[in-house]
Design a protein around this ligand. Structure first.
Ligand code: ATP
Length: 311
């Protein structure tokens, strides 16, 4: 892969493929993860997210295709030294404290740095429970210790596979906030999730996978905007009359009634003209706002799946 083409790309895959016998877990995946972003791998169970991460981390041997992790020209081993990953929950010792567990993993990498341990435990909000045994931790605390573990050695790239799995909504919100903070200062985070809201709240960009194939990738704002176009939601003193008036305007697209409001396809910058056009016929605007498509609506449009809260 040419260096200049991938300068600001931390992870690049080209036609990456994994077959397990007759099962095609990942099918010709070409994807680029830009430096400094939180990048979501989004797809339903079995769509190939974990297998993709496994190949990038050297845990699963690709059937065909190529990938690059971090800089071109360095070995995969060197790239992994600068990478932190939780693909499966790390095996912490239940009888040891959170601090001793972290110290153990820090020791494996040949270092002993109390200052780093203290800072990480504080950072993940375990400062006051650091000396309690791991077995007494809640699910959220265990997950937070996992994040401290993954941050040991201050890696440039983080792989997080379904980081809020099995957590309650409060715990999820805490972890998501923490993950957002990990993606600052130029660090790149690749996060897999089947939860649309999670990806929408946490990630800058997304690659949507379906049955091992890439459906689409890009910045979430751009993707959503590309499909939504400009839509305005308007409530007026006479919606029925307003629909008739707006439908006559040549710069207005589709006009539909929805829940006591009107959805108008039109450029947001023409809202003043829209207000004037209605006012001329004695219809007055009570409310006007630009309509944003959610990632969920986008997802179901591009994948053609049914409704639901998860991918
Ligand atoms: P989940 O969210 O459920 O973990 P996923 O998107 O991460 O799903 P993968 O775990 O990568 O998907 O699985 C992709 C496909 O590959 C599935 O059909 C799965 O059954 C299959 N698969 C994964 N690992 C193996 C394996 N070791 N042996 C055989 N098949 C496997």
């Amino acid at each position: 892969m040419a260096e200049d083409r991938y300068k600001d790309i931390v992870i690049a895959t080209e036609s990456l493929t994994k077959h397990y016998g007759r099962i095609v877990a990942v099918d010709g995946l070409s994807m680029a993860v830009p430096r400094g972003q939180i990048f979501g791998l989004l797809g339903p169970n079995g769509s190939g997210k974990t297998t993709t991460m496994g190949m990038l981390l050297g845990l699963v041997k690709p059937t065909s295709g190529r990938f690059r992790l971090l800089d071109a020209g360095i070995s995969h081993r060197e790239a992994l030294r600068r990478t932190g990953a939780i693909v499966e929950t790390p095996c912490f010792y239940p009888g040891l404290s959170g601090r001793d567990n972290l110290a153990y993993f820090q020791g494996i990498s040949g270092k002993s740095n109390q200052a780093e341990l203290n800072e990480l435990l504080e950072r993940v909000g375990l400062g006051d429970r650091a000396n309690d045994r791991f077995r007494t931790y809640s699910q959220g605390m265990k997950q937070r210790l996992g994040l401290a573990y993954v941050l040991l050695g201050d890696p440039e790239v983080l792989f997080l596979d379904e980081p809020t799995n099995g957590m309650d909504p409060d715990g999820m919100a805490e972890i998501r906030e923490l993950i957002r903070s990990l993606g600052t200062g130029g660090r790149t985070v690749l996060l897999s999730s089947h939860l649309l809201h999670e990806v929408e709240q946490v990630c800058d960009s997304v690659a949507i996978l379906s049955r091992g194939r890439l459906v689409v990738q890009g910045r979430i704002d751009d993707l959503v905007h590309s499909l939504a176009g400009d839509r305005l939601r308007v409530r007026t003193t006479d919606n029925e009359k307003a629909i008739g008036i707006l439908s006559e305007l040549d710069w207005v697209g589709e006009v539909t009634a929805e829940d006591g409001t009107i959805l108008v396809t039109a450029p947001a910058e023409r809202s003043p003209e829209l207000t004037v056009a209605l006012g001329r016929s004695d219809v007055y605007v009570a409310e006007l706002s630009a309509e944003q498509m959610s990632l969920e609506q986008y997802y179901f449009k591009v994948t053609g799946s049914g409704e639901g809260g998860t991918a």
